[in-house]
Structure formats: structure tokens, C-alpha cells
Design a protein around this ligand. Structure first.
Ligand SMILES: CC(C)(COP(=O)(O)OP(=O)(O)OC[C@H]1O[C@@H](n2cnc3c(N)ncnc32)[C@H](O)[C@@H]1OP(=O)(O)O)[C@@H](O)C(=O)NCCC(=O)NCCS
Length: 190
């Protein structure tokens, strides 16, 4: 199985203010990750159900689980690192109902890191990596219709909106970007 890279540099590696996606290191990253997560909880809670369940032990388990999830192909999770500091997380995810030829992008940022294009740049890089994976024909971003900041990311990147997906009592907004050669819709991620 071909895997995505462990590190994705979106700028020159040592450039001041540079943006990098890299795999988490469970032990070394825990204190910084915990601080960033806890400072972000209030703005994550409306959109990320796990934020309501947060405890330090859950965050530790999350980091400890990353290597197994990466190896199984369920979750390629990255720390978003801006100017040397963790400012959020993003990744490529396969859920139970994800089609075999698809993969989903997820992201969150510390509130102080929003408004600068960080999530959009990270999602663009993840989409490019996803479409290089063998068997992956399309990448999706799925969000609550009320989460306008999240929906603006795929819209900026040229994803195409799909029919909404039922979820619980409501529905989810779905955006898709296809591998350019597949000819099944979607524009390029740039
Ligand atoms: C979703 C989330 C990551 C989006 O963050 P964001 O800051 O709006 O998105 P970006 O980092 O891409 O920044 C986009 C903003 O930076 C601006 N920007 C500046 N430089 C930019 C660049 N090079 N490229 C793109 N946008 C840029 C954009 O104009 C936009 O500004 P606006 O908010 O005034 O429209 C953030 O709101 C969040 O963490 N929310 C909580 C968690 C969440 O909802 N996750 C998604 C669940 S589906």
C-alpha cells in the first residue's frame, strides 16, 4: 500500500512563517497539542462532536492511536505547524461509509491561526497527496451547512458541491474534487 508523505512542506522548510504538515509524535507533541486543543475547544465544539468529550486522557489516546490508524489507512493525521508551532490538525480519513475510491479531508485550527489561508493551503496540499494515492479517485470535504468557514475552504479550491447527505436529524454539505483524468467532474485543486 502506498502511503502519503510523513511531512509536507508548503514553504521552504526553514522559511520564517513557513507552513508544514507533519505526523504527530505522540509523546513529544502531547503538551503543545493539549494546550492548542484546549485553547481551541470553544470554537471547535459547535462543529466537532469529539470536542465536547475532550479530556487530557482522550487527547493522549488520540495521539497514541495515530500510528495504528495511519498504518491501517483509516486516518493520515497531520499536525499543522506554522512558524514552528502547532496551530491545528488536518488529515485524510476513511470512515465506514467512505467509498473505496474516495477519501475525506478534515481540518481544524486554533482561533488565532484563522483568517490567513492556513486551512485552505493545508487542504490543497492534502487533496494533491490524496489524489496521488493508488485507487483514490476523488476527495471530499463534508461539513454542517451552518459551518460557513469550513465550506469556504473547498469552494476556494474549486471543489464541486454534491447532493447533501442525510445525517441524524439534519444533513451535511458535501464537496468533491476528482482526479483530473477521471472525467467525472470537479476542477483542479489550485
Ligand atoms: C474551518 C476552519 C479551519 C477555517 O478556518 P479559516 O481561517 O476560515 O480558513 P483559512 O485558514 O483557509 O483562511 C481563510 C481566510 O484567510 C484569508 N486568506 C488570506 N490569505 C489566504 C490565502 N493565501 N489563501 C486562502 N485564503 C487566504 C481568506 O480570504 C479567508 O478570509 P475570510 O475568513 O475573511 O474569508 C476554522 O474555522 C476552524 O478551525 N473551525 C472550527 C473547526 C471546524 O469547523 N473544522 C471543520 C469541520 S468540517
Amino acid at each position: 500500500m502506498s502511503l502519503p508523505p510523513q511531512v509536507v512542506h508548503l514553504d521552504a522548510p526553514d522559511a520564517p512563517g513557513g507552513l508544514t504538515l507533519r505526523r504527530f509524535e505522540a509523546e513529544a507533541d502531547l503538551p503543545e497539542f493539549l494546550r492548542v486543543l484546549e485553547e481551541s475547544l470553544e470554537h471547535l465544539r459547535p462543529w466537532m462532536p469529539w470536542a465536547a468529550e475532550h479530556t487530557p486522557a482522550a487527547a493522549r489516546r488520540f495521539l497514541a492511536d495515530r500510528p495504528a490508524r495511519w498504518a491501517s489507512g483509516e486516518a493520515y493525521t497531520y499536525a499543522i505547524v506554522l512558524d514552528g508551532a502547532i496551530v491545528g490538525s488536518c488529515g485524510l480519513y476513511r470512515h465506514e461509509d467512505t467509498p473505496a475510491d474516495g477519501i475525506e479531508i478534515g481540518y481544524w485550527l486554533h482561533p488565532a491561526a484563522t483568517g490567513r489561508g492556513v486551512a485552505t493551503r493545508a487542504a490543497r496540499a492534502l487533496a494533491e497527496e490524496a489524489l496521488r494515492l493508488p485507487g483514490v479517485d476523488h476527495v471530499e470535504i463534508v461539513h454542517d451547512p451552518a459551518n460557513r468557514a469550513s465550506g469556504a475552504v473547498p469552494d476556494r479550491l474549486g471543489f464541486t458541491e454534491r447532493p447533501r447527505r442525510p445525517a441524524g436529524a439534519g444533513e451535511l454539505r458535501v464537496w468533491r474534487l476528482c482526479r483530473p483524468s477521471s472525467g467525472s467532474g470537479g476542477r483542479s485543486a489550485g
